[in-house]
Design a protein around this ligand. Sequence first.
Ligand code: SAM
Length: 250
Amino acid sequence: DLLERNASARHAFALPDEAAHYVRTVLRLDEGSPVELFDGSGRLARATLTTIDASMVIAEVEAPRSSQRGEPPVELILFQAIPKGDRWEWLLEKATELGVTTLVPLTTRRGVVQLSSERFEKKRPRWEKILAGAARQCRRACIPELRAPHSPTEAFQAYPNALHLVAHLSDDLTSVHRALHAAEHRGDMPLGDAPRPIGLWVGPEGGFEDAEINTLLQAGARCVTLGPRVLRAETAGVALLTLVQNALGE
Ligand code: SAM
């Protein structure tokens, strides 16, 4: 917000507590150090740290600008059930590094972790902090959005314009490359003047149930393979993000 409101003028402001802590304790910067500030939604600015003490860190900002640095050419929405233990937090970090724009946790029938919306909202600040930290580390202009948990049907309906690819272990061995190539052939390719988002679907540890897969396929999603080995769910999310961007030429 501070980067936005003072877009034209050179101005100084106190960094929020978490950023001040990062400057003082993690980076251990000195007064006079040049830094780059980002607001997590596409504004970047060069700045100089003019005061660093125990109570505050003041930055003098110059030249705020809009940026899409590190953002993929189309919106990439990862629909995935929350895996057990620290695997979800690992996935949040890796998916951010790999360009995900939105994460939609899925409530699937075979999902091991079933969170009530209250518990999810309690955990949200911690998870958003992980997303922000990963975006800062990989120098993206935007922090991915974490949506509330959805059932597969609700999640699909929330993104009717997306091209939906479902990672699924089946006899259909359509690669991500082939699925995107076929979409281009049909005139469905998500790039161009009005790029369509791409939905990337990954099942829980026990896989999607047939009924869930059939509902997605009937709604227009396509199944893709991630190769001949069964990947853990969080590995599958990372692999699917990588393959989609590779197929897009990124
Ligand atoms: N026993 C489960 C099954 O047969 O579906 C294994 C599920 S796997 C651990 C978790 C999810 O990762 C799957 O639902 C699928 O979305 C994805 N996945 C893992 N390996 C895959 C592969 N080789 N091809 C496509 N999807 C894969």
